[in-house]
Design a binder for this molecule. Structure first.
Ligand SMILES: Cc1ncc(COP(=O)(O)O)c(C=O)c1O
Length: 439
C-alpha cells in the first residue's frame, strides 16, 4: 500500500490527496541505488531533490527561449516574460507583491547585499539583535557591520530543547535596535521559532525584522503579510527547485534603501537589487516547482504538465496552503515515528524538541549523537547503506559551540521532507540501533 499524504480533517473530506508513491515517481533521483540499497535522501536540509517538471522547464528554457533580457527579439521577450511570471508565482508563494520579490544567487549572497545596504545607514549607537540558534548566513552578514561601530547582541537559547529564549530576546530589544535577524526554523535541530511574535517585538521598538526562512520553506506555508516581517530570505533549492535564492522585502524598503550596484543597472524596484545577469533557467525551474507544490494538495490533481498559465494567483495561494497542510500532516507522522524510535537507541542523544505534543514547534530535522561514535563515522556508515545524512555544524556554528559539540564533530543530521516514507524512517532507525550495539 502506498503511504499517502493525509488530508487534514478540517479542510477536506476523507481519503488521500496524492499518494507518496505517486509523488516519488515525479522525482527521478529517488530511484537511485547505492551499494545495492535504495537511497534514502535524508539530506533535504542541505538541498532537496527536484521533480521532473522542474528539469523539463529548465531544458525548455535553454532549448527554446535562451537569451538575455530586455532586447527587441522574441527569445529576449520570452525571457522577460519567464522572469515576470516566476516573480508573480513567488509572490503567491510568499503572499507578497511582485515588486517585493528579488532574485539572487542564494540566501547568503542576498543577505550580505541587504546587510551592506542597510549598514550604510548605521553606525555607533545602533544595535542588531541575532540569535544563537541561527545559521551563520543570518549572523555573519550582520556581524560585518561591527566595522561601522554597530553593536551586535545575541538572544540566548534554552539548551534543554534548543528553543529560543523569548524573554531574553525581548529583553535585548531596545530603542537602539535597528534590526532583529532571526531564523524561521533551525536547520540544525528543527526548532520552529515564533517569528510573528518576534516581528511584533521588533516593530514595537521601531526595529526591522529580517527572517531567514531557508529551513522552514519546504515544511510550512509562508505568509509575509501575516508575519509583517520587513525582509524574508529563502534558497529555492531547499524546496524542490534549482539552486538560487529569493528575497522578499517590503516595497518601501526596497525603494528607500540604496543597493551598491552598477550605474547602468535600472533603479526600478525590485530589479535594482538584482545584480548582473540572473540564472534564467533556474528561474524557469522555480515556477515549475511552485506549480508542483500547488498541485500536491489538490482534490483532483491536474496532469503534471506546466499549469501556471491556467492558475490564478488566488487559486495558487489556496492550493499551496492545502498542499502544506498535507505536507505537515505527513511530516508529523514521520516525526512521531522517528522520535518514538530514537528513544529506544542505546547511547543516543537527541538535541531539540522531543515532546510528541510539541510537534508543531519543530520541523522533521533531527540532530543526534551516539556515544562512542563520531557524527562523521555515523554518516559514513549510513551512507554506505544508501542512507544520505549530514554531519558537522551545517554552519549553525553558534549553536554547536553553545552546546559544546563543535569540538567533537557536531551532530549527525537526519532531515525528512514530504517525499520520505515511513519505511525509510524505519531503515535509519534500524541502522542506528545496529551501530549503537557495536559500542
Ligand atoms: C537555515 C539556513 N539559512 C541559510 C542558509 C544559507 O543558504 P545558502 O547556502 O543557499 O545561501 C542555509 C543553508 O543551509 C540554511 O539552512
Amino acid at each position: 500500500m502506498p503511504v499517502a499524504l493525509q488530508k487534514t480533517s478540517e479542510s477536506l473530506s476523507a481519503g488521500a490527496v496524492t499518494s507518496i508513491a505517486e509523488i516519488r515517481q515525479q522525482f527521478p533521483a529517488l530511484a537511485r541505488v547505492h551499494n545495492g540499497y535504495p537511497v534514502a535522501y535524508f539530506d533535504g536540509p542541505g538541498g532537496t531533490q527536484v521533480p521532473r517538471t522542474v528539469v523539463e522547464a529548465m531544458n525548455d528554457y535553454l532549448f527554446h527561449h535562451n537569451a538575455n533580457t530586455h532586447w527587441a527579439y522574441p527569445t529576449s521577450e520570452e525571457t522577460d516574460s519567464i522572469i515576470d511570471s516566476a516573480r508573480s508565482v513567488l509572490a503567491d508563494f510568499l503572499n507578497a507583491m511582485t515588486a517585493e520579490i528579488v532574485f539572487g544567487a542564494n540566501m547568503t549572497t542576498l543577505t550580505f547585499a541587504m546587510s551592506r545596504a542597510i549598514g550604510r545607514e548605521l553606525g555607533p549607537g545602533d544595535e542588531i539583535l541575532l540569535t544563537h540558534l541561527d545559521h551563520d548566513a543570518n549572523i555573519s552578514p550582520w556581524r560585518a557591520l561591527v566595522e561601522r561601530g554597530v553593536k551586535i547582541q545575541f538572544a540566548e537559547i534554552r539548551e534543554e530543547d534548543c528553543t529560543l529564549n523569548l524573554e531574553d530576546l525581548a529583553s535585548k530589544i531596545n530603542s537602539r535596535t535597528r534590526v532583529v535577524a532571526v531564523g524561521y526554523a533551525s536547520n540544525a535541530v528543527g526548532t520552529i521559532n515564533d517569528v510573528k511574535t518576534i516581528v511584533r517585538l521588533a516593530h514595537n521598538a521601531g526595529a526591522m525584522a529580517y527572517i531567514d526562512a531557508v529551513h522552514y520553506a519546504p515544511h510550512g506555508p509562508i505568509d509575509v503579510r501575516d508575519l509583517d516581517c520587513d525582509f524574508l530570505a529563502c534558497s529555492t533549492y531547499k524546496f524542490f527547485a534549482p539552486h538560487m535564492g529569493v528575497l522578499y522585502g517590503k516595497r518601501e524598503h526596497l525603494a528607500r534603501f540604496s543597493p551598491y550596484k552598477v550605474r547602468a543597472n535600472t533603479d526600478a524596484v525590485p530589479q535594482r537589487w538584482e545584480w548582473g545577469t540572473l540564472n534564467h533557467e533556474c528561474i524557469a525551474g522555480i515556477t515549475a516547482c511552485v506549480d508542483y507544490l500547488a498541485e500536491l494538495g489538490r482534490e483532483n490533481p491536474r496532469s503534471s504538465t506546466r499549469t501556471q498559465t491556467l492558475m490564478g494567483a488566488f487559486e495558487r495561494r489556496e492550493a499551496l496552503k492545502m498542499s502544506y497542510r498535507a505536507i505537515r500532516a505527513h511530516e508529523r507522522t514521520l516525526a512521531k515515528r522517528m522520535l518514538g524510535g530514537l528513544t529506544q537507541i542505546r547511547g543516543l542523544r537527541l538535541y531539540g524538541i522531543s515532546d510528541l505534543t510539541r510537534l508543531d514547534s519543530r520541523c522533521p530535522t533531527f540532530a543526534v549523537r551516539i556515544e562512542g561514535h563520531s557524527p562523521l563515522e555515523l554518516a559514513t556508515k549510513l551512507g554506505d547503506r544508501g542512507i544520505f545524512t549530514w554531519d558537522g555544524n551545517y554552519y549553525a556554528i553558534n549553536l554547536t559551540e553553545r552546546l559544546g559539540v563543535e569540538k567533537n564533530g557536531g551532530f549527525l543530521r537526519i532531515g525528512f521532507v514530504h517525499y520520505n516514507t515511513e519505511e525509510e524512517v524505519d531503515r535509519v532507525l534500524e541502522e542506528l540501533a545496529t551501530v549503537s550495539q557495536l559500542g
